[in-house]
Design a protein around this ligand. Structure first.
Ligand SMILES: Cc1ncc(COP(=O)(O)O)c(C=O)c1O
Length: 468
């Protein structure tokens, strides 16, 4: 393990570096696949160091056990009088209450299950208020957003703000834009998926409201790392995904004020979303049903809800210490290596989730990711992270690397990454790599997948949002 000292300054409540190191040494909660063995290109196996939680996090073992418990009762929801249908319906509907409680929602907040965060934000884009058939205002967003919180707004009246080099300056710019009037919704991320920096959402909510706008927080990255209480922060809407929140069974959610949602365009026209359908006209339902046409993803919603309960039960200090311990170890270790740069958006941001973004001078990010996977059993993300405008502005038009971690991570995962980068700088690559379908891969890769997984050449494909 590399020797890196701890900097406890980033966590106000925990100042003892040794305690931080101890907290980071072990996983905070058990996740599936924690002991997965990854084959190395030069032979042998090593425990897979999963540093890609920010893309999709492994399932909590409690969640996967819960899935097995519920599965025998899995049946249609809202549609059947049978025993299993009744159970499934109650599990599905109760999931709304659990999620509402997790985000500290208001009693009348709607909780609508969707496919993922992208789907949730698209749903909300169809619910912006109208006056006399015209949009009642514009959506305001920063240039640091994930495409999911950028592209849905391009189809409606919108304005964007280029973030300043400081958070303080960025808040000033947002306020100046809000003060011009005409903004109905401020759409902002809770934490950057590129750098992990956290935005002050309560302050942003108060700014939005001061100028008559509402706020939606894209909490795809924030919710798996921090408790958010939307009623307390006065946030109008929050969206996030189960697959990043240790419930990888494909559901997302939007929670927030019911008025816009009840008047908006039904997200999926079809069965269940209607009060009454006639041959050529319809009266739509209100409430979650309006947007949940078709058979819902009952197990996705149930496991998402179960995961929120597990996170809610975590000791907050222990949770922060675990994550901050791994993060400070990794950042300090990377910064100590010649030619490695750790990237951030704001020079004054104080709080950060378990995401570290960096580049290695002289090496393409995709090549470093392929090398770390093949020669060190480390999984991380490279590319432009579906945040093209930000990467371009940060001077990283061809991408960078992102290590991300969470409750199942341990210091040893970060140590493996540091060892890999140190060896790369010292000895160079230990294998030949080629570009296949736009992605770096080891040449002559004879490692096989498990027998049940199709070992089809080219399935790795290009990372999303990487290619032009
Ligand atoms: C900040 C942020 N918003 C939105 C998304 C989109 O999430 P999903 O892929 O679940 O729709 C992501 C995914 O990486 C993200 O990091």
């Amino acid at each position: 393990m590399s020797t890196v000292t701890f900097n406890a300054n980033t966590i106000p409540s925990i100042v003892d570096a040794a305690a931080l190191e101890a907290a980071a040494a072990r996983p905070l909660a058990a996740v599936t696949g924690a002991e997965l063995q990854a084959p190395l290109i030069q032979g042998g196996h090593v425990r897979y160091a999963n540093l890609d939680y920010g893309a999709s996090a492994p399932a909590l073992t409690i969640v996967s056990a819960y899935l097995n418990e519920v599965l025998p009762y899995y049946a249609s929801v809202h549609r059947g009088a049978g025993f299993a249908s009744q159970i499934s319906t109650s599990v599905y509907e109760n999931s709304r209450n659990i999620v509402r409680e997790f985000v500290g929602g208001r009693a009348d907040d709607s909780v609508i299950f969707t496919r993922n965060t992208t789907d949730s934000l698209n749903l909300l884009a169809g619910c912006l208020p109208h006056v006399d058939g015209q949009f009642a205002g514009e959506v305001l967003y920063l240039d640091i957003e994930h495409h999911a919180n950028l592209l849905p707004w391009q189809g409606v009246p919108h304005r964007s703000v280029v973030a300043a080099p400081t958070l303080t300056g960025t808040l000033d710019k947002i306020e100046a834009e809000l003060a011009l009037g005409g903004v109905s919704l401020l759409a902002v991320t809770g934490a950057s998926n590129v750098t992990g920096e956290i935005l002050p959402i309560a302050r942003l909510a108060s700014l939005a409201h001061q100028y008559g706008a509402r706020i939606v927080v894209d909490a795809a990255q924030l919710a798996p790392h921090r408790r958010v209480t939307i009623a307390e922060a006065d946030v109008d809407y929050i969206v996030f995904s189960g697959h990043k929140l240790y419930a990888p069974f494909g559901a997302g959610v939007v929670v927030g004020r019911p008025d816009w949602l009840d008047a908006g365009i039904p997200h999926l026209a079809g069965g269940g979303a209607v009060r009454e359908a006639r041959l050529d006209s319809v009266s739509w339902a209100t409430g979650p049903a309006r947007h949940e046409g078709g058979s819902p993803n009952v197990l996705g919603a149930a496991t998402l809800a179960r995961a929120t309960q597990v996170l809610a039960d975590l000791d907050q200090d222990a949770w922060h210490a675990h994550e901050a311990g791994i993060r400070s170890y990794l950042v300090e270790g990377l910064e100590a290596i010649d030619g490695v740069t750790v990237h951030r958006i704001f020079s004054d941001s104080e709080d950060t989730i378990g995401v570290v973004n960096f580049s290695v001078e002289g090496f393409d990010a995709g090549l470093v990711a392929a090398y770390l996977a093949a020669e060190h059993g480390v999984g991380l993300r490279d590319g432009r992270f579906c945040a093209h405008p930000l990467l371009k502005r940060l001077g990283l038009p061809s991408g960078s690397l992102r290590a991300s971690f969470g409750v199942g991570s341990r210091l040893e995962d970060a140590a493996r990454l540091l060892t890999g980068i140190e060896e790369l700088k010292r000895n160079g690559l230990g294998w030949d790599y080629v570009v296949d379908e736009g992605r770096w891969v080891p040449a002559n890769d004879h490692r096989s997948y498990p027998e049940w997984a199709p070992n089809t050449p080219g399935t790795a494909g290009a990372a999303p949002c990487t290619v032009d």
